[in-house]
Write a protein that binds this ligand. Sequence first.
Ligand code: CU
Length: 458
Amino acid sequence: MRHNASQPDASRPATRGAWRRLKSLAGLLVVAGLATTMWAATIGTPAAAAMRGAPKAYVGLFNDNAVAVIDTGTNRVLTTIPIPAGPHGLVISPDGLRVYASSDGDSTVSISIDVGKAPHGMAINRSGSLVLVAVFGASQVAMIDTVQNEVVARIPVGNPHNIAISPDGGTAYVASQQPGAAQLAILDLAARRQVGTVPLDKTPRALTFSPDGAALYCTLAGSDSVQVLDPKQNRIVAQIPVGASPHHPFFTANGEYGLVVSQGPGELAFINPGTHTVIGTVAVGKQPNWIAASSDGHMAYVTNEGSNSVSVVDVEKQRVLATIPVGNAPRKIVVQPVHAAKDAAVAPADVRAQAPPLTASAPGAAVSTAPAMSDGSGAVRIQNFAFTPAPITVTPGTTVVWTNADAIPHTTTGKDKQWDSGPIQPGTSFKVTFDKAGTYTYACAIHPFMQGTVVVGN
Ligand SMILES: [Cu+2]
């Protein structure tokens, strides 16, 4: 039910073999080099040499335990590289030669670096000297020195999920999902310690700095707006209404556009960072998760976790140019950077006078249900990334019914896997009958900060 095996393809055994060899030799995820080698070796057409120059995009396939490699020149999947269970975070070095992947279901990064239980999101600084890993299960941020490829420091942060590093490399903001203590933790990377906090009333999801460092965009579970934080004041200075359940916010490299995916409607929104307004949206796939872009900012790549594809979007035209099937549950994505000296004299960004009309609507009046009391019926509502009532008390033999009122899927998963709903689609329900007295804790497997308890009493 949970993990659909991918369809084996001809290149896979060879990939595995090469992968093992690489692993034993280097103990490091030199994906770019491997992909190039494998592609030439397994396909070997005369076109191979010509295509080798096109940047690759790397996509973490959460349900396939693999990284897919896309040639952005042809928009085809070149190969799929197995990695340990649950690829979650993904970053690429500025030279484009190394991809670091964290494995949620394991305790490793880049195959060989043990960072602690359930690493989630990652970030790399601009110089490429430092990778940060949000080690959710250990409540630590691990700092990896990329010369030694070793963890050189661990900074305590409650249930860290995603991380943004300031463009100057001095500071990191960490989305801390600790239940009851949602915040952005501010880390001084030279001092290797936490120096501040931005308390939040909702759980932070994903965050990113503008290229000039003047703004930090952040999304929150249960808010349909992108939060704009001023890092000088460390407070929210604007909210940009977008589609339901926004996840990854992103900027094109020159800062001309902000982008964000909304998982409910399955769309990508284009934001004018100067005015904090949405200037257009485009439909992508189901449950879009993450965004990457070409170095020139013309092309955006969006992973669609719910439709197992990557959308290739022309940013200027706000149009989907291609949809690439990539494997099961793609989440994070990175694209190899191109350092194009020939583009140094590029004209300054023009004013987007002909921008399409605003298509995002103002956020609907959020109907917050009053904290529901357990009425013995066993009904649990899933809304705004929370289970209500969170602790529910029932008598033995009661069937507990979870109904998902959010715009995106959630799960109800027993702590010891006594039950696992798999994704409960919006508007649908899942039932479990509890016969034995006891206290059963559970969480959403997709958003582990969503927690609840079923107390079965006599
Ligand atoms: Cu969830």
